[in-house]
Design a protein around this ligand. Structure first.
Ligand code: SF4
Ligand code: SF4
Length: 448
């Protein structure tokens, strides 16, 4: 009897107190999956900058050098098309997942959700469980409350600082970053960025939390447009649950009542503070915590599980699946073709604009060209420089240009023509030949 009263007391609580959502910590299959996935993704996020490939940081967005390094591939601003392809592929994959499985991305993989989960976890460890937090919220401000709350915020700031430093190590060589950090040599600019990302993380995951998903995230808005009858969404089976009413655990199920015991647990555990029994709501991030909570209650009452479940009203349409998969496959093929055929060397030439031509020491006419050459491959390369189809024009500077892997060079090239060269300006084509490559660039030779 005492145990029953305790259960009743636990089950009649509200989750929303003065508009402040206090979430009840929930165990279960969905929560376990979320935590495991969050841990794996977090480890990937922390560990990736420490992966080295051929002696270099494998993943680095080097803003100073305008390079994006991904293992043996280095992308430059000229290769920005890569982002178009990746964005389209990611967008269609996300559309497909949303149309088929609802907001699984939001509930399980979105960084906002993962960091909020981590912050909630920290809060539970420091502030105590749901009941303790509720009492503290309703009670007078005490010294203990101040200490506990301060500890929580210091911990949140600590997590936010580590997040920010890790994030920065994707944009600056990780070894240099940590050496400068621990030797106190980090510049004010770096500290400014670290502080900025730290505060952004702290405010987002500690204060804004679910409001980001509800009011700021564009994905949550267009999400509703993608959901149809064949989308799996978390929903309450009203035909089975209604009419709802509280009852005792060992009591025989009242004939006129449905299976919902109106315990409110599904609301208490919801990170966005909604009541799924009111029907599908755009705030729902498909985290499944209400499923875990309700299954736990059903088990206690010895009722079948699945009063709240993740399901679709009808079978998925194969046409839609084929359409999404088709678009993704087409863009993957286009991306592969573009990637395989993208130029591995960039060469540009501009003429010295100050002196269009001049008389050289040997009496001939000289033009000076500035070559900018970029080697996008990890291997060194030696280019032979020549002029195409013009016997009269002669390259005076060194005919071989050597570049190390991923090196960019600016090279000045002097070209001379005989004094009786009979054209005011002549188109000239330079040829750069390496082992497997031939690159041509056009310019002009000026005489008078
Ligand atoms: S209603 Fe359920 S699935 Fe949706 S956000 Fe709340 S707890 Fe998660
Ligand atoms: S749906 Fe389940 S968890 Fe929610 S109030 Fe009813 S019995 Fe409780």
């Amino acid at each position: 009897m005492q145990a029953n009263q305790k259960t009743q007391a636990v089950i009649f609580q509200t989750a929303d107190i003065d508009d402040k959502i206090i979430i009840k910590e929930q165990k279960g299959a969905w929560q376990r999956t979320r935590r495991w996935l969050a841990t794996v993704l977090m480890l990937v996020f922390i560990g990736t900058p420490f992966i080295y490939f051929q002696g270099e940081q494998a993943v680095l967005f080097d803003i100073g050098a305008q390079q994006l390094r991904l293992f043996s591939t280095v992308l430059y601003p000229q290769d920005l098309l890569v982002f178009f392809y990746l964005f389209v592929i990611a967008a269609f994959l996300l559309f497909y997942v949303s149309a088929r499985y609802g907001r699984l991305w939001c509930g399980f993989m979105c960084p906002q959700t993962i960091w909020s989960l981590l912050f909630f976890w920290t809060q539970f460890r420091i502030e105590g469980n749901y009941q303790t937090q509720k009492k503290r919220l309703n009670g007078m401000l005490s010294a203990e409350t101040i200490v506990v709350k301060s500890l929580k915020h210091v911990s949140w700031l600590g997590i936010a600082l580590l997040t920010s430093i890790t994030f920065m190590s994707y944009f600056t060589p990780v070894k240099a970053l940590y050496v400068d950090l621990f030797s106190g040599k980090l510049t004010g600019l770096y500290w400014g960025w670290i502080l900025f990302f730290m505060l952004a993380t702290y405010i987002n995951a500690g204060w804004v939390k679910e409001k980001m998903c509800e009011h700021m995230c564009p994905y949550s808005r267009f999400q509703s447009a993608m959901i149809s009858e064949d989308t799996k969404v978390v929903s309450y089976i009203a035909q089975r649950g209604e009419p709802r009413a509280p009852r005792k655990i060992n009591q025989e199920q009242p004939a006129l009542l449905g299976d919902c015991v109106d315990c409110n647990l599904c609301v208490q555990v919801c990170p966005v503070g909604i009541d799924i029994r009111k029907g599908f709501q755009y705030q729902c991030i498909s985290c499944g915590l209400c499923i875990d909570a309700c299954n736990q209650v059903m088990k206690r009452f010895n009722y079948p599980q699945g009063l709240i479940k993740n399901h679709a009203e009808k079978e998925s349409s194969h046409v839609r699946t084929i359409a999404y998969v088709g678009v993704v496959a087409i863009f993957i093929v286009l991306f592969a073709i573009w990637f395989a055929s993208r130029p591995l060397f960039e060469v540009s030439v501009i003429k010295d604009r100050n002196v269009l031509f001049r008389e050289a020491i040997d009496g001939r006419i000289e033009n000076i060209y500035q070559f900018k050459i970029l080697n996008k491959t990890p291997k060194s390369v030696a280019f032979n420089l020549a002029i195409q189809n013009n016997e009269q024009l002669e390259i005076i500077s060194a005919p071989v240009i050597e570049l190390a892997g991923f090196e960019s060079q600016i090279v000045m090239v002097n070209v001379r023509a005989p004094i009786d060269f009979d054209s005011q300006f002549t188109p000239v084509t330079f040829e750069l030949t390496a082992k497997d490559s031939l690159i041509t660039v056009d310019s002009m030779f000026h005489h008078r």
